[in-house]
Design a protein around this ligand. Structure first.
Ligand code: MLT
Length: 240
């Protein structure tokens, strides 16, 4: 199995990923929020490329059955029901509902990778489960870091390394990893050993300065769920 990692989302030719399992990682916070919404019984998640598309999807589906979620620059979008803190995607709010979500980077990356053979949503909270699913599917793996505002985001690199490490440790066959995948694993190991201070990096520290102090703590818990969201035909549901 070949494991590659994209440092930040960028559009790739369809034929580059049509045979791959793509794992989109936006650990702070879109991936984590989506995983948590699916875990809490959301009927489906509709990731949209922008806020306007999100509003039109809700109008088409009907307000009563939808929760409109999303942020720009970390803060809740005006007129939306909730922002992008995972804790907002609780059972009371999302159970049985269609969550229509638009975020600055994460949902754009999910949309952009839609020609993958299989597109999974990964984070720290489902790290081992998503790794084992990738092994089970047996395709080459591309872990896509969403990034922040069009540049590399250390939080995503760390989470990507955690997932790559879990694939290697759980795979019974040899894994061939690219240099950047090795870099991401090394960053993850440094993070675990307190040799890399994620809290000082741009996106993490911006969330703290905006008052979202609980979100990074929640998002960096390892393996608190085995739920694996999968994106197919424009919607995200639980992968069986
Ligand atoms: C993103 O999609 O860029 C992130 O989820 C942003 C955030 O939640 O603050």
């Amino acid at each position: 199995m070949h494991i590659d990692t994209l440092p930040q989302y960028s559009k790739l030719p369809s034929n580059h990923i049509s045979a791959c399992t793509v794992i989109v990682v936006d650990v702070l916070r879109a991936s984590t929020s989506i995983i948590w919404a699916v875990k809490n019984g959301a009927k489906q998640i509709v990731p949209t490329a922008d806020a306007g598309e999100a509003a039109s999807v809700v109008n088409r589906l009907g307000l009563n059955d939808c929760v409109l979620a999303g942020e720009r620059g970390g803060e809740k979008l005006a007129g939306f029901d909730i922002g992008n803190s995972p804790a907002e995607f609780n059972q009371e709010r999302v159970y049985g509902k269609t969550v229509v979500i638009s975020t600055t980077n994460g949902t754009v990356a999910i949309h952009g990778m839609n020609s993958a053979k299989t597109l999974l949503i990964g984070g720290m909270i489902n790290r081992t489960a998503v790794a084992k699913k990738a092994i089970e599917l047996g395709n080459d793996v591309l872990i896509v870091c969403a990034g922040t505002d069009g540049t590399v985001s250390a939080d995503d690199i760390c989470a990507a390394g955690a997932i790559a490490d879990a694939i290697i440790n759980n795979s019974s066959e040899p894994c061939f990893v690219t240099d950047f995948t090795r870099v991401s694993i090394s960053l993850y190991k440094d993070f675990l050993d307190d040799r890399f201070d994620l809290a000082s990096t741009y996106h993490y520290s911006r969330l703290l300065s905006l008052g979202f102090t609980e979100d990074p703590v929640f998002c960096f818990q390892e393996d608190i769920t085995d739920v694996i969201p999968v994106y197919e035909n424009g919607i995200i549901t639980r992968c069986r």
